[in-house]
Write a protein that binds this ligand. Structure first.
Ligand code: ATP
Length: 233
């Protein structure tokens, strides 16, 4: 579904991603793990072409999307949920969802508000409330729900469990498993190994923009030294 081949990214002269190469299979949940500043957000933005990789290739459904404009990448079916929640605080929950609406996409779930309210019951109760009245966790859910209104085939979730209450983290894990059940492909970035363990089929670990491990959770468990070296647990 998605393949990165020797992707390099820079901020000015700073070389932030070094030859990242990994795959995300259709219908799979892959966790991109690494500590603060490891390069997770930069990887997400490089996939979306919000940062244009210098060297390397990003392939989505067999198409080379490197150098595409970000809106074209989104239109092709990649939904990006940034770490900072970008909801419209003056609009209601329903209005925020409406903003995200895109035409149906062949082979993908066509989301309706009611389906999203089933997935996020907290939002259902608050559908008439303005964004600014929501808790951090609810805003995070609304950001995801609004992205789903675009009917993506692949969702990129940047640190979905960051800064939200434990009870909401649990709901978030259930949402991701539900998305997988619906046939979506998910790439999420995380610092929290426990969260990744609850939802992911496989993991990619990066440190200083360099890939240190790619494999299944079982393989990671068999190599505790990798976990100890590159993750905070
Ligand atoms: P976090 O968990 O803090 O979001 P991350 O793994 O997502 O971390 P990135 O945000 O991708 O890491 O940052 C990777 C590196 O790039 C860090 O060293 C960071 O300081 C640097 N960096 C990030 N954004 C910029 C920028 N706009 N300009 C220059 N350097 C940047």
């Amino acid at each position: 579904m998605l393949e990165l081949k020797a992707v390099n990214a820079f901020y000015g002269k700073a070389h932030v991603l070094n030859n990242l190469s990994f795959e995300v299979g259709r219908g799979k949940v892959v966790a991109l793990l690494g500590r603060n500043g490891a390069g997770k957000t930069t990887t997400m933005k490089s996939i979306m072409q919000m940062i244009q990789p210098r060297g390397g290739k990003v392939t989505y459904q067999g198409q080379d999307i490197t150098g595409w404009a970000p809106h074209r990448v989104a239109k092709a079916g990649l939904g990006y949920v940034p770490e900072e929640r970008r909801i419209f605080t003056q609009l209601t929950v329903l209005e925020n969802l409406e903003v995200g609406r895109q035409p149906a996409r062949e082979g993908c779930v066509t989301w309706t508000e009611d389906m999203l309210f089933d997935l996020f019951p907290n939002l259902a109760e608050r559908r008439g409330n303005r964004g600014k009245a929501l808790s951090g966790g609810e805003q995070q859910m609304l950001t995801i729900a609004r992205t789903l209104m675009g009917n993506p085939a692949l969702v990129l979730l940047d640190e979905p469990s960051e800064g939200i209450a434990p009870v909401i983290v649990e709901q978030m894990a259930n949402v991701i498993l539900q998305l997988k059940h619906e046939g979506l492909t998910v790439l999420l970035s995380e610092q929290n190994l426990h969260f990744a363990q609850a939802v992911a089929d496989s993991v990619v670990i990066i440190e200083s923009g360099t890939q240190k491990f790619a494999g299944s959770l079982t393989e990671l468990q068999e190599n505790p030294e990798i976990r100890d070296a590159y993750l905070s647990v």
